[in-house]
Each structure stands twice: as structure tokens, then as C-alpha cells.
Design a protein around this ligand. Structure first.
Ligand code: ATP
Ligand code: MG
Length: 723
């Protein structure tokens, strides 16, 4: 009995060939990730390969954690010694060890998108850039892209395209931005990857890493960008024990520089490669699988696969038409409640959409009807103001060179340090060639500051210094409490008024998460804590035990699987987005995205499109996505919108037909007078405004809330307009 007996014969071949290059190229749900997991277990337990020598790279932290857990169930303790990691976490680890070679201290801080934007804003102010044609966020994303493409600020400056103002802006910011990061002893996400690659060009380090990780595996290889590709191939160069796994039909990160060619060229890179194709799908019903296949085959880039399944046909794919975004959310909710009543749990349901903003309509409705849910991505916990404030304190305590974070907290809570004073401090630091932190400690010497202010600054400096010292031996949680108390952060939040309560709750939640980590990891250092939070990504906090509906973008759903999937907003110009009109390669990427969405579903798949939707503040008419037309008719069941009638008899029949649940009515008060033609909470439709809900009603007027806002009608005549 071998561990590999849990695999089918093709998977087994791929998993048992542990020496030499191996390519597993296969469609969704065919067990690629499972094969990698079992391969690791097999290597450690049956091939007696030291777990230290194994490196497995995946795309998200969640995927890495899941893989680690699965390996642990197979081989126990040894699993802790296998390096199962994301590119970023692996890179950070190497950079902590060897970053000195590139001029970084090992306690460097990691900047997220928000930090990037703030740094860029500061630089634009400093350079007095008035260019309004480009936002800091846009500059941040261009810079990340340039870094990942290996283009230095100097090269970019030389670039002949530089006659446009926005290019000049980016070019001048880029240079300052990089030196700013370096001076702050900080790296952004792109730096982590780029610098890891630079480490691999230093021979003695490369050799060390090569000898340490003699067996390399990469899941989701189709989404690696050029630099990640280089890192992996440099590590594997010596022993050539490299196993990559992926599906060219699921390459969905082209916009971030992922290069589909990396996987397609594997056999060119390693002519001796052992190639395995997996064709049995274990995830989805036959209907779902057939729908996915019939969509992806329209891509010219697709090589065509024959995925098959032993599972039964399953149900048809249900396609719903809705009036608008709110109605769409309502229809999904109705279905969720119907299924919930037939013994499903909330956690079986996942709503997938093209863009983050689409979650709003669902959230509003779910809050209203007390449906437990969780949104992954979008405005994340760690991006909130109060969390960033406290994290900024902790980052400065960890690395006092971090001027960006130091400037953020200089006046949080308010210390009456004005813009002019900040400029003087910065100027002093610049002239003396010291960090802002050091400048604070020498505030006596800074000209033009009031006596009072000098005292404030030096107290602030001593407080931080004190924490820096304590952080050497005190647990993170105590440093955290110390900071929050010393600065009086809660009363500061209260003084801000708005949302104080929920902000305080968030700080408490953050505190809980630290306690939890400390429970699992004795002697957790501040540096380790900051690192783990910096690399948290959208789907990380997906806790399976709790019962809630999940909402996420399709991008975030990569590699995951769910019993019931609702894909919403399947309309032209939303999905595929309008970009495809002028860039046909985009259409193929969008179609791959659609393939990813559909193949997440195990048992039930629902797809929705709205007849109209708000785009840039305007209601626009929509048609269903061309992707829906690509699904053969025999696989789908078209669901018609059930208009709720206003006559009492019909109301009750509709009510019973949706299985005792009408979220719009339940729990809502009826209008007092029974002979009024409408009741509060009733759903109505209007020719122009679409779907609405009756909000108030009396003898004279009826007020209806539509997605464009509230409208009043004369009660007597209302039925001429709404029904
Ligand atoms: P994706 O392309 O979406 O990442 P994948 O190819 O990595 O998919 P997995 O997630 O590894 O597929 O597997 C899909 C599901 O099928 C999982 O639940 C997995 O446990 C199951 N599965 C795969 N192979 C087998 C097998 N040989 N026996 C039983 N179950 C299997
Ligand atoms: Mg997978």
C-alpha cells in the first residue's frame, strides 16, 4: 500500500517521477494540486528525501496553507520542514537571510498598495508635480509593472515615449520612489520578487539555495510572471528536479504580467521533460463540465482538452434574467433561502463576480435580511484607517528607518505638529543625512520650531525608543497594548466621532488576532508578526468552519471549489468587460476567467445577468454576455423573472411558490389601512426606474425606492406607473 494509491494512474505517474523535469498540464478540477500534495508526501515518506530539500510554491497564502495541512495529514510532523509557500513569502524569507547583500537590513518593512500610494503622494508634493492627468494609484501600478518587467527608472527615463507629460511624471516619481523605499529600509510587493531574483544572480547565494532546495514544485504555473519564472528556473538549474503544474486555460493574470508562454514553453526549456496530461475531472457534475468545455473551446489559445467525469449529469445550469443589480441580488437571495430550506448551509454558497464593486448590492440585501456573509477582497481589514495607524506604529518600532510610517503617525493622535513643522523636520533630516526618527531625537537642533513643539517631539521620540527596546523581549501583544494606551488611541477615535465604535471594535479584533497567533507560535517576534500580516491576501481569512455565504471576485476564487456557485453580472461590457472591444486578446483572457468561474462549482451552478445596470452613474441597458450564448441550450434552464403581482390573491400564491420565504415582505409592517393597493416593503416595477420597494404609503402618496433613489406617486394613480 503506497500513499500514491489515492491517485489515479496518470496522477500516480506524475507523482512518482520525482527526479528530473515534470510538467503536469491539465484542466480544472483534474487533481493537479492533489497530485503535487501526494507527490510531496511520497517523496518524504517513501523516497526518503529530506523534507528540507523540498520547495513547493503556490499562488495564494490560502493555497499554501491548505497544501501544508494536507501534507501534514499525510505525513505528520515532517510536513513542517517542507517549504510550502507563496512566491512572496518565500522571497521574504530569503531576503531576511541574504538581503544585506543588496543593502537591506534584515528587519525591512513591507509596503502594501496603500503605503505605496502615500509615498507617491508625498513625492509628488515634494517635486511639486501638478499633473492632474494621472493619479498616485495609477502611478503605483505602473511602477509595479515596470519593476516586474525589469525596467529600471533610468531605463524608463531614456525611453523615447517620454514626451507625454504623464510619462515624465511617472519617470520622475519612479526614481524618487525607489530611493525612498531604500532609505526607509522597506520593500513593496514587486521589490520582494525582483530582489529575490537579484539574490539568485549572486553566485554564492544561488548555490546555497540550489543545494538547499533540490526539489522544486510550482502550482498554477500558468500565472507566473517573467521574474517568478526566472527565480524558479535559477533555483532548479543545478538539479533539474522541477515539477510544474498548471492549465493554460486558467491563465487570468495577464494584466499583472503573467506570461502564459512560461508553461507552454516548458518542454522547450527542458526537452527531456516528462509530460503528463490529466483528463478526469473529480470536481464538477457532467453538465457543469460540459458547459465549461464548450466555452473555453472558443479560445484560439486553448489547446483543447478532453476532460471527462464519472459523476452524474447533475442539474441543469440555471440562468436568471434580472431587472437590475438589486433585483439580481434579490434573486440570488431567494435561491439561497430556497436551498437553505432544503438542508444546505450558508457556507455551501459562493457568489462570484467580475469586479469588487459588484458586492455592494448583495451586502445591502444580506445585511437587511440577516444573512451571514463575508466578502473577500475589496476594502480589506488591514487597509482600514485605524488598523493602518496602529500597524504604522508597530512598523516604526520594528524598523525606525521607516519614515513613511513615521510621518503617518507623527500627528496621530493630534500633537499639533503642523505641515510647516513637518517640512522643517524633513529638511533637517535631509541636510544631516539622517532618518526622520533620528531627527526627532535631535529636535533641539532643528531651527524654527517652537519650544513646546521641541518638547513634544522629543517625548514622542523617547516613547518610541522605549517601545523599540521593549520589543526586543516583550510579547507583541504587550507592545500593542502599550502603544494603544500610551497614545490614548481609543479616545482619539472617539474624538473623530464618526464610526468610533466600529473602529474600536476593529482594533480589538486586531488585538484578538495577535493573541491567537501568540497561542500558536511561542515567542512570536514583532518582525514575524508584521511579516505575516503584510502578506495576507484576499482569500486568506476564509474559515471553513463558520457558516456564511462567501463573496469574492473570480480572480480570488482560483484553485478553490464550492458546492453551489452563483456567477453574477454575466452581461456584455461587465463580463467580458468593455475593453474587449478594442483589444481582442482581452476577450480570450476574459473567457479564461469565465472558465475559471464555472469550474469552481461542484454541484450547482447559477448564472445571472441584468437587463440594466448603473455604469458611471447612469442606468444603461444590457444584453446577456456572449459567454452565455456559448453554452449549448441542452445544458441550461432559463429562469424567467417572476413579477410579483399586486392583487392580494396572487400575492399569496406567489408567496407560497417561493417556499414560505419572501424576503421583501417577511418582517415588514403592512400599511395600516388594508384597502390601500400596496403594502410597505412590497416589490414593484416601473417602466423606467426598474425594480423598486414601497417605502411608505398613505391615502395621498406612495413612496417607492428605486436604485436611482426615492420617487413619490399619487396613491390613487400609482398603478398606472408601477406594477
Ligand atoms: P484547479 O485547476 O481548479 O486548480 P486542480 O486540477 O488543482 O484544479 P484539485 O483541486 O487538485 O484539482 O482537485 C479537484 C478535486 O478533485 C479535489 O476535491 C480533489 O480532492 C479531487 N480529486 C482529484 N483527484 C482525485 C482522485 N484521484 N481521487 C479522488 N478525488 C480526487
Ligand atoms: Mg489546483
Amino acid at each position: 500500500m503506497s500513499i500514491l494509491d489515492n491517485l489515479n494512474s496518470e496522477q500516480k505517474k506524475a507523482a512518482s517521477k520525482v527526479e528530473g523535469p515534470v510538467l503536469i498540464l491539465a484542466g480544472a478540477g483534474s487533481g493537479k494540486t492533489r497530485t503535487v500534495t501526494y507527490r510531496i508526501a511520497h517523496m518524504v515518506k517513501e523516497k526518503e528525501i529530506s523534507p528540507y530539500k523540498i520547495l513547493a510554491v503556490t499562488f495564494t497564502n490560502k493555497a499554501a496553507r491548505e497544501m501544508r495541512e494536507r501534507v501534514e495529514t499525510l505525513i505528520g510532523e515532517d510536513s513542517k520542514r517542507v517549504m510550502v509557500s507563496t512566491f512572496h513569502a518565500f522571497g521574504v524569507r530569503l531576503l531576511r537571510m541574504y538581503g544585506v547583500e543588496l543593502g537591506y537590513n534584515s528587519n525591512f518593512n513591507i509596503y502594501d498598495g496603500d503605503d505605496q500610494k502615500r509615498l507617491i503622494k508625498n513625492i509628488m508634493k515634494e517635486l511639486v508635480i501638478t499633473d492632474k492627468s494621472i493619479t498616485p494609484a495609477r502611478i503605483a501600478s505602473i511602477i509595479s509593472r515596470l519593476k516586474e518587467d525589469g525596467i529600471t527608472p533610468e531605463e524608463y527615463e531614456k525611453d523615447s515615449r517620454g514626451f507625454l507629460e504623464s510619462y515624465k511624471t511617472v519617470s520622475s516619481v519612479y526614481k524618487k520612489y525607489n530611493s525612498g523605499l531604500k532609505n526607509n529600509n522597506a520593500m513593496d510587493f514587486a521589490d520582494i520578487i525582483v530582489n529575490t531574483n537579484r539574490l539568485m544572480d549572486i553566485q554564492k547565494i544561488r548555490e546555497k539555495v540550489q543545494d538547499r532546495y533540490q526539489y522544486v514544485m510550482v502550482d498554477e504555473y500558468q500565472d507566473t510572471n517573467n521574474i517568478q519564472y526566472q527565480i524558479i528556473n535559477k533555483i532548479a538549474e543545478k538539479y533539474k528536479n522541477i515539477c510544474v503544474v498548471g492549465d493554460e486555460d486558467q491563465s487570468i493574470y495577464g494584466f499583472r504580467g503573467a506570461n502564459i508562454q512560461n508553461i507552454l514553453d516548458f518542454e522547450k526549456d527542458y526537452p527531456e521533460a516528462f509530460v503528463i496530461k490529466l483528463e478526469q475531472n473529480y470536481r464538477s457534475t457532467a453538465h457543469i463540465l460540459e458547459a465549461a468545455n464548450s466555452i473555453i473551446k472558443n479560445n484560439e489559445s486553448s489547446k483543447g482538452k478532453n476532460l471527462w467525469t464519472e459523476k452524474n449529469k447533475g442539474e441543469l445550469i440555471r440562468i436568471f434574467e434580472s431587472d437590475d443589480a438589486r433585483h439580481e441580488a434579490y434573486l440570488v437571495l431567494q435561491e439561497i433561502n430556497r436551498l437553505k430550506n432544503s438542508n444546505r448551509n450558508y457556507k455551501d454558497f459562493t457568489i462570484l463576480y467580475r469586479t469588487n464593486a459588484q458586492s455592494r448590492a448583495f451586502e445591502e440585501l444580506f445585511i437587511k435580511f440577516n444573512i451571514p456573509y463575508k466578502v473577500f477582497g475589496g476594502m480589506q481589514f488591514y487597509q482600514r484607517m485605524e488598523i493602518k495607524d496602529i500597524m504604522a506604529y508597530l512598523n516604526v518600532i520594528n524598523n525606525s528607518l521607516d519614515s513613511l510610517n513615521l510621518l503617518r503617525i507623527l500627528n496621530v493622535p493630534k500633537r499639533k505638529i503642523g505641515v510647516k513643522s513637518v517640512e522643517k523636520i524633513a529638511e533637517f533630516a535631509e541636510n544631516k543625512g539622517v532618518s526622520i526618527f533620528e531627527a526627532l531625537g535631535r529636535s533641539e537642533e532643528i531651527e524654527g520650531l517652537s519650544k513646546n513643539l521641541k518638547i513634544v517631539l522629543s517625548e514622542f521620540h523617547s516613547m518610541l525608543l522605549n517601545f523599540i527596546e521593549e520589543s526586543q523581549y516583550m510579547p507583541v501583544s504587550e507592545i500593542f497594548d502599550g502603544v494603544v494606551n500610551s497614545i490614548g488611541y481609543f479616545s482619539y477615535l472617539e474624538s473623530l466621532g464618526e464610526e468610533a465604535e466600529s473602529r474600536i471594535e476593529n482594533i480589538e479584533e486586531l488585538r484578538n488576532s495577535i493573541s491567537e497567533m501568540e497561542k500558536n507560535q511561542e515567542n512570536l517576534t514583532l518582525g514575524e508578526y508584521l511579516e505575516s500580516t503584510a502578506l495576507i491576501s484576499a482569500t486568506d481569512k476564509l474559515e471553513e468552519e463558520q457558516d456564511y455565504v462567501k463573496l469574492m471576485t473570480i480572480h480570488n476564487s482560483k484553485g478553490l471549489e464550492f458546492p453551489v456557485v452563483f456567477v453574477v453580472g454575466v452581461e456584455d461590457e461587465v463580463f467580458p468587460g468593455s475593453k474587449v472591444e478594442y483589444d481582442p486578446t482581452q476577450l480570450e483572457e476574459e473567457r479564461r476567467l469565465c472558465y475559471v468561474a464555472i469550474t469552481r462549482a461542484e454541484e450547482k451552478l447559477y448564472m445571472y445577468y441584468a437587463k440594466q445596470r448603473f455604469v458611471y452613474g447612469q442606468m444603461q441597458f444590457r444584453t446577456q454576455s456572449r459567454f452565455l450564448d456559448e453554452i449549448p441550450g441542452h445544458l441550461v434552464e432559463l429562469m424567467n423573472v417572476k413579477k410579483i403581482e399586486k392583487t392580494p390573491e396572487k400575492k399569496s400564491s406567489v408567496k407560497s411558490s417561493i417556499e414560505n420565504f419572501n424576503p421583501i415582505r417577511d418582517g415588514k409592517s403592512k400599511a395600516s389601512s388594508s384597502n390601500l393597493p400596496y403594502s410597505i416593503g412590497e416589490k414593484v416595477t416601473h417602466k423606467k426606474f426598474g425594480l423598486g420597494i414601497v417605502r411608505s404609503i398613505n391615502d395621498k402618496t406612495i413612496e417607492v425606492e428605486f436604485s436611482i433613489g426615492k420617487k413619490k406617486f399619487l396613491t390613487m394613480a400609482a398603478d398606472k406607473f408601477i406594477n
